[in-house]
Design a protein around this ligand. Structure first.
Ligand code: SF4
Ligand code: SF4
Length: 223
């Protein structure tokens, strides 16, 4: 018996999801725009306004090319059409269907899922806002007479085993002789967190150290 090979052209994709409106097949719901071609002046307002791609403009007249893609209950295009060319079936049929098919249990479940998604989005936004408030890198500017105050040594002691580091350290000394003569100098450095933690506790210690050695804290800037 000859072997049956699979047809490569065969459509192996699963069926597309049915288009449901709260559990009711959309094509069973009598809600769609109808255009009076005689009344349409081809202004294209409906084409531009509808977010569901229901309309096309053909021969300068609006045509509902995908009427069942209209959002059930929406009548925006009908309300704004300058000539009243767009009409809809009466809502009674939709209300009757809502009752007959008892969509409210489905609606309740869908609403619960929507609340859940909103709560997750809010929690994510809150967490991102909290992270944005945390300073993980800051520039410190210190001025004064550094002389023999052991500032750098004490700064290193402050670091100890903590998850911070000091980078881009620069000391501007006017002249070597001036430094010896205890002329004021200017130091800048950046405090970083190796673990993306808030550097503020370490900055507080730096502030205390600067005060303790009688230097001037010019600025602390979050980066
Ligand atoms: S808004 Fe009204 S008049 Fe304008 S194109 Fe659409 S149907 Fe025609
Ligand atoms: S009623 Fe709303 S969704 Fe339906 S065709 Fe008009 S604008 Fe589009």
């Amino acid at each position: 018996m000859p072997e049956t090979k699979p047809d490569p052209k065969a459509d192996t994709k699963p069926d597309a999801k049915p288009n449901l409106w709260h559990g009711i097949p959309r094509d069973e719901i009598p809600w769609f725009p109808t255009i009076d071609a005689e009344a349409c002046i081809g202004c294209q307002l409906c084409y531009l306004t509808c977010g569901r791609a229901v309309f096309e403009i053909e021969d300068a007249v609006a045509v509902a090319v995908d009427p069942m893609n209209c959002a059930v209950g929406c009548s925006t295009c009908g309300n704004i059409c300058p000539t009243g060319a767009i009409t809809f079936p009466p809502m009674d049929a939709v209300w009757r269907l809502e009752r007959e098919r008892q969509i409210f249990r489905t609606v309740k479940k869908e609403a619960a899922r929507k609340h859940e998604r909103a709560d997750i989005a809010k929690a994510r936004a809150d967490a991102q806002a909290a992270i944005a408030l945390v300073t993980t890198r800051a520039r410190v500017e210190v001025a004064g007479e550094f002389g023999d105050k052991q500032f750098l040594v004490r700064l290193e002691e402050l670091l100890g085993e903590r998850p911070y580091d000091i980078v881009n350290l620069r000391l501007e000394v006017p002249t070597v002789k001036g430094a010896r003569a205890k002329a004021p100098s200017y130091m800048t450095f950046e405090v970083t967190s190796e673990t993306q933690e808030d550097v503020e506790p370490f900055l507080n210690d730096v502030r205390a150290l600067v005060r303790d050695v009688s230097l001037v804290l010019v600025a602390v800037t979050g980066l």
